[in-house]
Design a protein around this ligand. Structure first.
Ligand code: AMP
Length: 513
């Protein structure tokens, strides 16, 4: 099946069923969604766009996001979803690279029209209304033929270093991702509701696919983002809901539940499932989340190049507290998702025995077709069908993968490899530590030395001696930080990932305590 057919199927099967909500307001049933998407598909085709042409989405989360995605796929086009938090200049670079003729934008993101776009349409404009005028019978408007290997989603990597690369994600990749959700993440019933709190340009938006496969409801908060009060109200009105959240967002939801004194049963009325991933979830944080909100979490590990689909840790595994390896499993990212194979290899690409740390490789139908117009980068990333993820980890005998770090974050001090993640995990269990990030600072003698950035909890600020003693108790002496820098917050990118490059740059500009 093609992505566009998923919508046609629901429009045929359950035309009157509520499909999209904007806040608590019903926005479209399945027939209306299909009718508007078919209308836009028709007008884009009539405007001269052909299958394979790109269209840009530089939008805040909006119900029309879904209509535009499916219109583009209906017309055989490739969507280029851009994070709304990017600077217009960064977006212009993407336009130069992807060459979309048309772009759909949110006015408040722009001061001037984007350079390089022939047609720029504001998402709430009269022109957009016109373009989305429903066709009386969407089922009569033909779907453009597409092959499974045709690109559907051209996603620019978040690029914490260097220029972002366009990741070509195909129809097959996305359908595989959607089906894998049912096997590895969760069941979806037509009464369920996916809420798009995280950016729809990323994983959260991709989860529209399995929810469309199931004919479920799609909720777009009016704030377009993560407002825990709004989400609570939305969940009480239309929930329980499912969402995808980075660990930093999970933390906010947990704090909010605590603040409101919600029991796990009350959280269950708001949230069916919270899928987390996209960045490391620390052991202490997931334990707290499970305790406060109950068994509603599932973890996934993926990357732009194999979206949402490398490993998963199911709800059952996350709650199997009696298992002798529970804590080890909890600290892992789970098991390979059904459609992929996993390997951990050495620098030469040779598989390592279980327990040994190396680069994580993944192969399967979720792996990208390559980088857009960048065969060199593609050849470096995908070799013999195996995607080199740049993540470093190890497998255990049962198949659980534990990530240690990104390979480039690996720190080498006095010839010994140190995985910052391990040190961060320990610091986070020390009294008074709210957040911690560990980086390497150049050192004349050791090559690098371990430096910890620490955000103290509001009510207690630990001393350096306490942190040092705590580390000595839990990890090898050579791994403990040689310097502690207390900061108010950690710099994070749009997806909530800590920007270690920024931390490294700031070294020397801070006072040690
Ligand atoms: P992106 O391509 O921007 O989605 O970033 C993907 C990267 O985020 C992966 O290569 C991992 O380094 C990291 N990541 C994703 N999911 C997880 C997870 N569940 N645990 C730890 N790191 C993760």
């Amino acid at each position: 099946m093609l992505l566009a057919e998923l919508l046609v199927r629901q429009a045929r099967l359950q035309p009157d069923r509520a499909a999209i909500f904007h806040g608590t307001q019903s926005y479209a049933n399945y027939w209306q969604w299909a009718a508007r998407s078919a209308g836009l598909a028709k007008r884009l085709t009539e405007a001269g766009l052909s299958p394979g042409d790109r269209v840009l989405l530089y939008l805040n989360n909006h119900p029309r996001y879904l209509e535009i995605l499916w219109a583009a796929w209906w017309a055989g086009l490739v969507v280029v979803p851009v994070n709304a938090k990017l600077h217009p200049r960064e977006v212009e670079w993407i336009i130069e690279n992807a060459e979309p003729g048309w772009g759909f934008v949110s006015q408040d993101l722009l001061q001037a029209p984007l350079a390089g776009l022939k047609h720029q349409v504001e998402v709430e404009s009269a022109l957009m209304d016109e373009l989305l005028t429903p066709l009386p019978n969407p089922l009569t408007w033909p779907l453009e033929a597409r092959q499974p290997e045709d690109t559907a989603w051209l996603f620019y990597t978040s690029g914490t270093t260097g220029r972002p690369k366009g990741v070509m994600i195909t129809q097959r990749n996305l359908l595989t991702m959607g089906m894998s959700y049912f096997v590895n993440v969760d069941q979806i019933h037509p009464d369920d509701a996916m809420v798009y709190a995280a950016p729809m340009s990323h994983g959260a938006g991709l989860y529209a696919i399995p929810h469309l496969m199931a004919g479920a409801r799609h909720l777009v908060p009016t704030s377009g983002g993560v407002d825990p009060d709004e989400l609570m109200a939305l969940g009480r009105a239309l929930g329980p809901m499912t969402t995808f959240a980075a660990p930093t967002i999970v933390k906010r939801l947990v704090d909010h539940a605590l603040h409101h004194g919600l029991t796990p049963q009350q959280s269950a009325q708001i949230w069916k499932t919270i899928v987390y991933g996209g960045a490391p979830m620390y052991l202490a944080d997931i334990q707290r989340a499970l305790q406060v909100m109950g068994p509603r979490f599932v973890q996934i590990y993926g990357q732009g190049e194999s979206p949402m689909t490398i490993t998963a840790m199911s709800r059952d595994l996350l709650n199997d507290t009696a298992h002798p390896s529970y804590l080890h499993r909890l600290a892992s990212v789970g098991l390979a998702q059904a459609p992929v194979q996993l390997q951990v290899v050495d620098d030469a690409g040779l598989p390592l025995p279980n327990g040994q740390i190396g680069e994580v490789l993944v192969k399967g139908d979720s792996v990208m077709a390559g980088y857009w117009r960048n065969p060199q980068a593609t050849a470096a990333a995908v070799r013999g069908g195996w995607l080199w993820t740049g993540d470093v980890g190890c497998l255990d005998d049962e198949g659980f993968l534990t990530l240690k770090d990104r390979s480039k974050d690996l720190l080498i001090s006095g010839g010994s490899n140190i995985y910052p993640r391990e040190v961060e995990e320990v610091l986070l269990t020390a009294r008074g530590v709210a957040q911690a990030a560990v980086v390497g600072a150049p050192h004349p003698e050791w090559g690098e030395e371990v430096v910890a950035f620490v955000v103290a909890q509001e009510d207690y600020r630990p001393s350096v001696a306490e942190l040092d003693a705590h580390c000595l108790e839990h990890i090898a002496r050579f791994k403990r930080p040689k310097r502690y820098l207390f900061v108010k917050d950690l710099p994070k990118n749009n997806y909530g990932k800590v920007l270690k490059t920024v931390l490294r740059q700031s070294l020397g500009a801070q006072d040690s305590h």
